[in-house]
Design a protein around this ligand. Structure first.
Ligand code: BGC
Length: 752
């Protein structure tokens, strides 16, 4: 322990020396940038300053856009992707406009630009920061090659409600997983050098609390008290600042009555003051203007006033800064210093991106989009994102005895829909669907029968089902590809029910009745309530929309060329009525003890009782269909020998946790081991479990490894009764295991 304290002190002193030393290369460059900004600010007219704060949307050639750029009235353009057009607009900015300030070109590059990766929720199932970083790197390389400088990603909203369509863009329900993977995505987009020609600025969004939309309806109000905000919804954003995110985006929701684009507390107090963020903040699309609909502002003028004074530096397309800031300044409602600060923040990012020095994109770059290496990475991501939820009698992987397969379902050959939400640039003609991949890879060895069953996920027509039944009868196995069309999730696409849409459940039931084993492969944007469908299937593989290379990935998984290892980044409920349902809930005063009393056990005219005194639903109990962190493999893993480096810890100690994990089956595979902690009692109630560490452990068949996690006790800090972030002394439980439900357990105490 003494050694560790020494090393920690040494690191701290080096860090302090670094801070005190203003001549480090980074700070010299920083000072140089600030000097350049000072000089520009001195030359800029008020119109030019406000212009920097104005983001406009154009996609094609447009005289108005040119005029705006020429006059310095637009600092950023969103949605142009044509490199020649981007260059010609940059040319107006750099060679014709008065002050020669480059544009920053933004675009939603969410899970790939051309080569589409699994949706973020799918990538999160890999629990693989390196993979997520690599995916963002590919996206950045492709996007930057067309002149895009800035993406509106990652989305690091904590999402605990699968009705909310945007859960698909999130990294799931857990603050720690989201923090780690969000930081990895930022690194992939930005690299360590934002001015690299393949780097694009990241924009963590949506700040803050958007994922807690009431009833899962998009844009809805949230009611997150400050402690919950700080303990659950803000940590991923704080990590994003530490990861060097260049920009931030405000969210659409009003939290406790305050729309984020007018929320001084989160933008000034938390983001700037507490976290020291020095990039710029952009509003979401027209979210400044929407503060009028919220009833937070009388009109657009007041909305501009509140937004700029709250700390929103750039207005995404509502044009209110452009139209109103000048008069607000004259009336003294907005100070010149506020405008100057916003412009300074924006210019700082433009300098860091190297846009002043290298504003143009090389339009001759060939072989970047859909490069072979990008497609391979996308396939790897789709493989690692697949989650095996059920595998009765090891029906998967499909073995040598399989001579005929019956492929059915609306997602078997849906090149557009498997790409997932919010894809503006990826071309479905590059998609390889599961049907195509199976035909390409196995068509010469196996008889592949295909009957779509239903035409698309919402299709309620059942007249295609008999053909599916007929091929099922002639096959050794049925592969039923079901799920959701991509348009059913994502922004503005929330649902109140999460059963399979259309006649898909009827299709599964009908093919299952033939007696041929059914393997159900689900491609969706969110957790679905598939209890009944899973019961009728021998195996279930769940893929959040897997992207361009989903087909080859799934073919490899089904035939055992690859072994599924993904784990759920979000809890799967049995019914939508259980929502919100997440593993890190509080215990309540009457926690569930097992042995639920269910609806049909209550006698008629039973006298009023408190029915076992616990917190549960009469009809569904408390258990989810599948817990957070859950996922099977073709092999089996055994955890043993959990050991802690100590059982009495202080807040400055580092706990070392070690465990043996053995691959007890017959496939080489990777296990995602997870470490959870419970703070048993505290000045405020704490979650029953919180993920604190995870690791991907590759194990050959029969191999056993000792796995070690190090956990600084400082990471157990939380916002306590006094709203201070502290580690409170007391008892802690700890688990290491395959998911949030099972695992080996131990305990330790934190002392003063
Ligand atoms: C979304 C953002 C997105 C922006 C720009 C908005 O509707 O909420 O996430 O980045 O549009 O396309």
């Amino acid at each position: 322990m003494k050694d560790k304290i020494f090393v920690a002190l040494l690191l701290l002193s080096l860090l302090l020396q670094g801070c005190a030393n203003n001549t480090t290369p980074a700070s010299t460059a920083g000072n140089e940038i600030e000097r350049k900004i000072d000089s520009l600010l001195k030359q800029m007219t008020l119109e030019e300053k406000i212009g920097q704060m104005n983001q406009v949307s154009f996609s094609g050639e447009n005289a108005e856009a040119r005029e705006l750029v020429y006059k310095g009235r637009a600092g950023s353009i969103i949605n142009i992707t044509n490199p020649e057009l981007i260059n010609s607009l940059q040319q107006v900015a750099m060679e014709e406009s008065r002050l020669k300030i480059p544009l920053i070109i933004g675009r939603d590059v969410i899970h790939g630009f051309k080569t589409i990766f699994p949706v973020p929720l799918g990538q999160a199932a890999s629990f693989d920061p390196q993979l997520v970083e690599d995916g963002a790197r590919v996206a950045a390389i492709e996007a930057a090659s067309t002149g895009i400088n800035w993406t509106f990603a990652p989305m690091i909203d904590i999402a605990r409600d699968p009705r909310w369509g945007r859960i698909t863009e999130s990294l799931g329900e857990d603050p720690y997983l989201t923090s780690v993977l969000g930081a990895a995505m930022i690194k992939g987009f930005q690299t360590d050098n934002l001015s690299d020609s393949t780097a694009i600025a990241a924009c963590p969004k949506h700040f803050a609390g958007y994922g807690a939309a009431e009833a899962g309806k998009d844009y809805n109000s949230t009611f997150i008290p400050e402690r919950l905000l700080r303990n659950v919804y803000l940590p991923s954003f704080e990590t994003a600042v530490k990861a060097g995110a260049a920009t931030f985006m405000t969210s659409f929701n009003d939290n406790d009555g305050i729309p984020s684009s007018g929320n001084k507390f989160i933008l000034k107090q938390v983001l700037r003051k507490e976290w020291g963020f020095d990039g710029f903040v952009v509003s979401d699309w027209t979210s400044i203007a929407e503060m009028v609909s919220h009833g937070f502002c009388k009109d657009g003028k007041e909305a501009a006033e509140k937004a700029v004074n709250a700390g929103v530096d750039m207005d995404m397309v509502s044009e209110l800064y452009q139209k109103r800031l000048q008069e607000l300044l004259q009336e003294g409602k907005v100070k010149q210093a506020v405008i100057d600060e916003a412009v300074r923040n924006i210019l700082r990012v433009k300098f860091r991106l190297g846009l002043f020095a290298k504003p143009y994109v090389n339009t001759g770059a060939e072989g970047v989009l859909y490069a072979e290496a990008h497609l391979l990475k996308a396939k790897e991501a789709a493989i690692k994102s697949a989650i095996l939820l059920k595998n009765e009698a090891n029906v998967l992987p499909l073995g040598e005895h399989i001579k005929t397969i019956a492929v059915t379902g609306p997602m078997a050959d849906a090149p557009h829909d498997q790409l997932g939400t919010w894809v503006f640039d990826g071309d479905k003609n590059h998609t390889i669907t599961p049907l195509k991949a199976l035909q390409q890879q196995y068509g010469d060895k196996i008889r592949i029968l295909y009957a779509q069953g239903t035409a698309y996920s919402r299709d309620i027509k059942t007249n295609g089902i008999p053909a599916a039944v007929s091929i099922a009868r002639s096959a050794d196995v049925v592969l039923a590809f079901v799920g959701e069309e991509s348009i059913l999730s994502g922004e503005a696409h929330s649902l109140s029910g999460l059963n399979l849409q259309g006649a898909q459940s009827e299709l599964i039931e009908a093919v299952a009745k033939t007696g041929t084993p059914v393997v159900t492969i689900v491609m969706a944007g969110r957790p679905l309530t598939i209890e009944r469908d899973a019961a009728l299937s021998k195996a279930v593989v769940f893929n959040f929309h897997p992207g361009t290379m989903g087909g080859p990935a799934i073919a490899d998984l089904l035939f055992g060329k690859a072994v599924p290892g993904g784990k759920l980044p979000v809890t799967f409920p049995k019914t939508a009525g259980q929502i919100p349902l997440y593993y890190a809930h509080n215990n309540t005063g009457r926690p569930w003890q097992g042995g639920e009393i269910l609806l049909n056990d209550i006698p008629q005219e039973a006298g009023q009782t408190s029915l076992g005194n616990t917190s549960f639903h009469l009809d569904t109990g408390v258990e989810p269909l599948y817990p957070f962190g859950y996922g099977l493999s073709y092999t089996t893993f055994e955890y043993s020998n959990l050991r802690l480096s100590g059982t009495q810890m202080t807040a400055s100690d580092v706990l070392t946790v070690s465990v043996d994990i053995a691959n007890t089956g017959s496939y080489d595979a990777t296990e995602i081991a997870q470490l959870y902690v419970q703070d048993c009692f505290a000045s405020v109630t704490r979650p029953v479990k919180e993920l604190k560490r995870f690791d991907r452990i590759p194990l050959k068949a029969g191999e056993k490894k000792n796995v070690t996690f190090t956990l600084p006790i400082a990471e157990l800090a939380f916002y306590n009764i006094e709203m201070k972030k502290v580690v409170e002394p007391g008892d802690f439980n700890l688990w290491v295991g395959p998911d949030s439900r099972d695992g080996l357990t131990s305990s330790f105490t934190v002392v003063n």
